[in-house]
Design a protein around this ligand. Structure first.
Ligand SMILES: [Cu+2]
Length: 125
């Protein structure tokens, strides 16, 4: 194998390795246990980088899905409130199990993650 090809392959491998490890965010999803129909429900994400520092100035969006159902996907653009916390407002129509598909764009790094949660109707009103 010639030297150019060898060094090209090595640099590709390095890009692949660093590409994976640089995509490490630690995400904590906070959702209320219940929602009131017709009202917005706050969905909160706390995002830390791999050193445990809050991720500031990222573009974050969340799409909520119910497994096996095609009714109303809920998409939210998350607003940064500071210290690595991002908040969105969701209008739930149905109680049950949701998957949150989380998209983070941070200094050109793109990351896709998934979190699951459950929510029920708030009947107490
Ligand atoms: Cu549903």
């Amino acid at each position: 194998m010639n030297k150019k090809l060898t060094s090209l392959i090595i640099s590709l491998i390095i890009i692949l390795i660093t590409g994976c490890s640089s995509n490490n965010f630690e995400i904590k999803l906070v959702t209320p246990k219940s929602f009131t129909p017709g009202q917005s429900t706050p969905i909160q994400l706390k995002i830390l980088d791999r050193d445990g520092k809050p991720v500031k100035g990222a573009e974050v969006s969340v799409k909520l899905d119910m497994q096996g159902m095609s009714h109303g996907d809920i998409s939210m653009k998350m607003q940064e409130t500071g210290n690595g916390v991002y908040v969105g407002q969701a209008k739930f129509e149905m109680e049950g199990d949701y998957t949150a598909a989380i998209k983070i764009d941070y200094n050109g790094e793109k990351w896709l993650g998934e979190k699951r949660f459950s929510i029920v109707y708030n009947h107490a009103q």
